[in-house]
Design a protein around this ligand. Structure first.
Ligand SMILES: [Zn+2]
Length: 323
């Protein structure tokens, strides 16, 4: 965590997925007073405070589709006469900045919200967006996880059930199709990947797809084993994503630089496969988790991918858990 600076946080969007209690320990250093304070009062509070002051940056894409960066996971917005359709809700305390960013996209009311999965940094804004007029749509496991106490081991945190207004009211198992603002919007379940609730959201005519947290652009991903995620599921999702896109597709990541392309996605998939194989080999040789971390199986990738909060040691531990 010592390398975490406010500038990095606001540029990337401070995300809960990125934070593990282990990250503090992994530095092997005494925390600064600020870090010690953050740890004592809880990481979720720290993340909320950071989101509260982070600016929202809007990237306009095509066919009235934009992406908002700066409140947890990257948020996609489609505008038009059927109202604003949001893909992910960000963190609730960002409401003022998100409201302002949405207003700058036009006067249509907020009518629909899709959650790509249950994580806090994608669904915490559900309550206010519902109160502002959004009907909430998600895969059925997202509603299940939001309805119950949910423990995430790698964050050492228990999430309490969401309020009734924050729960998705329209859920599906495998696929769901919407026609809004002239756009065909295809929601597709991955099966277990980053969690067991992830979906992709494709805008067919615009050839824009939001891959949510199955894709972290240029940074090591978090994988949530507590709710059904795994390294192999993440790789399988990457391969499905490659099969679903072309060089013309605009690809939106869950975290990292929001606007991406198939070449960068291919690089992400190849990084995952190489590190998975490196870690599996060490585990098969009987190496413990700490010995595997010490062997630095991610070394060739760290300069590019290891510069954010899922640092090389934390990512190695996540992969080790699943091989
Ligand atoms: Zn996530």
């Amino acid at each position: 965590m010592a390398h975490l600076k406010e500038a990095t946080l606001s540029r990337r969007g401070f995300c809960l997925c990125c934070i593990g209690g282990a990250t503090f320990a992994a530095t092997g250093l005494w925390p600064t007073p600020r870090q010690a304070f953050a740890e004592a009062r809880g990481l979720v509070s720290l993340i909320k405070d950071s989101a509260a002051v982070s600016p929202i940056v809007t990237h306009k894409l095509r066919n009235n589709i934009s992406v908002l960066e700066g409140s947890g996971g990257n948020i996609v917005v489609l505008t038009g006469p059927d109202g604003k359709v949001l893909i992910d809700a960000g963190i609730g305390v960002s409401r003022p900045q998100i409201t302002e960013a949405l207003a700058a996209l036009g006067g249509d009311p907020i009518t629909h919200l899709v959650n790509t999965h249950w994580h806090f940094d994608h669904a915490d804004g559900n309550e206010w967006l519902h109160s502002a007029g959004a009907k909430i749509i998600a895969q059925e496991n997202t509603r299940k996880h939001l309805s119950e106490v949910q423990r995430v081991e790698d964050w050492d945190y228990n999430f309490l059930p969401s309020s009734a207004g924050a729960l998705p009211t329209e859920v599906f198992a495998d696929e769901h199709h919407l026609k809004l603002n002239g756009a065909s919007i295809d929601l597709k379940y991955y099966g277990p990947a980053h969690t067991d609730s992830d979906i992709s959201v494709r805008f067919a005519e615009a050839d824009v797809i939001h891959l949510a947290d199955t894709y972290w652009n240029g940074i090591y991903p978090f994988i949530d084993y507590s709710t059904g995620g795994s390294i192999d599921g993440t790789i399988a999702a990457s391969e499905a994503n490659l099969a679903a896109t072309t060089d013309q597709t605009i690809i939106i990541s869950g975290h990292g630089k929001p606007v991406s392309n198939r070449a960068e996605l291919q690089e992400f998939r190849d990084m995952l496969v190489t590190i998975r194989d490196n870690v599996a080999k060490l585990k098969q040789q009987g190496k413990s988790r700490d010995e595997t971390v010490a062997a630095k199986p991610t070394a060739a990738f760290d300069a590019k991918w290891g510069q954010f909060v899922i640092d090389p040691a934390f990512f190695t531990r996540l992969v080790y858990e699943g091989v």
